[in-house]
Design a protein around this ligand. Sequence first.
Ligand code: SF4
Length: 209
Amino acid sequence: MCRIIKDIGFKCTLCGKCCTKEFNDHVFLLTEDLKKAKKSYAEQIVPAPYCEICDNNGNFYVSGYALKSKNNGDCIFLENKRCKIYNDRFFICRVYPYMLHRERDENGKVQWRQISGLNEHGEYNTEISDDLCRSTAIETIEYEKKFLEQERDFFRCLQSLFIEKNLRPVRKIYDENMRKFDKGESITVFAFNGESFEKNIISKCDYIS
Ligand code: SF4
């Protein structure tokens, strides 16, 4: 990964695109981010969109929380192309646009994507010191590791809950309730906080601040 960072030579030009829906559908919070967000920015978080599962009672489950956005799709903390909480920003905000994201190519083969929005923002082929390449790579890998651990813990917790409560996932109810949600109705989402699920009753308007 160090080598790729060096070869790409990405330099941020402060365009602010990374912090908009145009570039990133949502800002996902790791469990450690969530603790900070609940303490300092509780009004600005929502269960992450795209719930993984809906049970036979119509309740949704998702692996974490995300930041709200503004009406125009900007992150709630973006102002004049600058982050209002820059020194306190979240893990993904520190590593982006670097990433280690699993994606299927056109042949279905899973690859690791290592930078987001290549050639769509910033400058390239700039000189980056070996030390910075190394620390960026370490932080990017650490982010992905924590993200995957959170996903793993979420599915373990979900499995235990479904067994204990005798629940089952139902795709048809998922689709029906999502259609209602898209029309503005409320849904119940159990969001994973790293240890257990928290109940949220939300509608589409809750994603915009
Ligand atoms: S918290 Fe700051 S850095 Fe992170 S997406 Fe929002 S504006 Fe950008």
